[in-house]
Unconditional design. Structure first.
Length: 200
């Protein structure tokens, strides 16, 4: 249904991300696309609010890739974890992952994804952010140490992947689950329909 009805409007789609999770999510709903990671610095500016920062980075990623293209649609995204307005990005090493997971233990936090669409054919840009609340149970130190030593933590904001072993950490999710994985699919498809019909 999505492929025959929606994607005929977007024959050339480029994902400006190296994230295998985002690619898998797009494939899950029938998208065909190319992958072209941007080389944009992903550091968040301290004086910019987390939601604005995520949106600005998503747009910067999409525009950096779009600058080398003549046509098509570029999708950029940036996912962050926020606790008390503090942005928690990807851990730098295992010890940093342990520190982050201890901070998230028993804590309700926000997972925020900024998403940007750069439509070269229609000469339009759309940027938004999706927010999901995640509640972790109180984690045991031994499981934090074991998980921090796994291959799941280093390339993920907040040092965890909800679609992997960290699923056992989550007591409750309020909002879009796929946003926590890395890309809010429902709002993405909704905005693509708006683009296809020349809506806002």
């Amino acid at each position: 249904m999505i492929k025959s009805d929606l994607l005929e409007h977007f024959p050339e789609i480029v994902l400006a991300s190296a994230s295998p999770r985002r690619a898998n999510l797009l494939r899950q709903i029938g998208f065909e696309f190319q992958i072209c990671p941007s080389r944009v610095d992903e550091s968040h500016t301290p004086h910019v609010s987390p939601d604005n920062g995520a949106q600005k980075l998503a747009l910067a990623k999409a525009k950096a890739v779009a600058a080398n293209l003549q046509n098509g649609l570029v999708i950029g995204a940036d996912t962050i974890v926020v606790v008390n307005q503090q942005v928690i990005g990807k851990p730098e090493h295992e010890a940093h992952a342990i520190e982050i997971l201890m901070q998230l233990s028993g804590v309700r936090h926000e997972v925020m994804t900024g998403v940007a669409l750069v439509d070269l054919d229609r000469k339009r840009e759309i940027v938004w952010r999706e927010k999901t609340m995640v509640q972790f149970r109180k984690l045991h130190r031994r499981e934090i140490l074991a998980y921090a030593g796994s291959s799941e933590v280093l390339d993920k904001a907040g040092a965890y992947g909800v679609q992997g072993r960290a699923a056992a950490f989550v007591e409750r999710i309020e909002g879009c689950y796929f946003n926590v994985v890395g890309l809010p699919l429902a709002s993405l498809v909704e905005r693509l329909w708006n683009l296809a019909s020349n809506g806002k």
